[in-house]
Ligand binder design. Sequence first.
Ligand SMILES: Nc1ncnc2c1ncn2[C@@H]1O[C@H](COP(=O)(O)OP(=O)(O)O)[C@@H](O)[C@H]1O
Ligand SMILES: CC(=O)N[C@@H](CCC(=O)OP(=O)(O)O)C(=O)O
Length: 258
Amino acid sequence: MTMSKSTQPIAPKRIVIKLGGSMLERLNEGHIANFKSLQEQGIDVIIVHGGGPAINKQLEKNNVTSTTVGGIRVTSEESVSIVQSTLIGQVNPTLVHQLNKGGITAIGLSGYDNLLTCTFLDKETYGFVGEIKEVNSQLLDTLLANGIMPVISCFGCANDGIPLNINGDIVANKIALAIKAESLLLVTDTPGIKIAGEVQQVVTVKAINNWITSEDIYGGMIPKVTAALDCLAEGIPSVKIVGETLEGTTILQQEVYA
Ligand SMILES: Nc1ncnc2c1ncn2[C@@H]1O[C@H](COP(=O)(O)OP(=O)(O)O)[C@@H](O)[C@H]1O
Ligand SMILES: CC(=O)N[C@@H](CCC(=O)OP(=O)(O)O)C(=O)O
């Protein structure tokens, strides 16, 4: 039997929304209504979150210092347990609670929940930082098929259970690719990529690479654009870096000729 065009099952559209730590502190009912409305339109929504400012606060409280290399936190053994308890113990449940209160059925996950297979990224340079080797997309498919919104904190472990810190933008990147998302939205504390103080509305891959070299893009924006470029290169059609109004910079894979 052949299926007519109209009876073929339509794969749901999927969007990965990454909420940066500083943006999380400003998450309001409008954002949550927005996510709910996407779900009501039949779009599968997956949230990935960071928590940089909350981690900084907890490290400071414990008199632990940390540095970053290319926007990635160099994570000592002492820091990694603070990062773990902050992301999985505080930031994730707070966000899941906010979503549930807003009428969304959300569930919190981290790499520990049989979701991410990780190894050390480069122990000598970064310490306890993970590199994602595999995503259990079946687990996400099952949750999404049941109308449950996965809320993923950027933390995982090695096969032997050793905790590993992972940058949130990189987690969003790998999740978006694994579930074949149509769209990746990186929500942060700046309304898109700014160059010489001006928000850039549409940028190309080439321009981004030049701005990394010229250091117009630096710090936490580096893993963000790296994640964005990787998703574009792997065929995700829409990648945006946006501020809390969800408006910002659209990144295009190709140069656009007028
Ligand atoms: N060209 C740029 N445009 C905008 N922000 C930039 C740029 N280069 C570096 N940044 C920095 O990147 C920060 C966003 O990254 P980060 O703090 O890691 O955010 P998040 O917590 O949302 O992941 C901005 O607040 C800004 O300080
Ligand atoms: C390895 C690494 O850099 N991990 C990040 C994880 C949190 C994060 O990415 O938070 P934002 O999304 O707010 O930046 C960190 O320790 O800050």
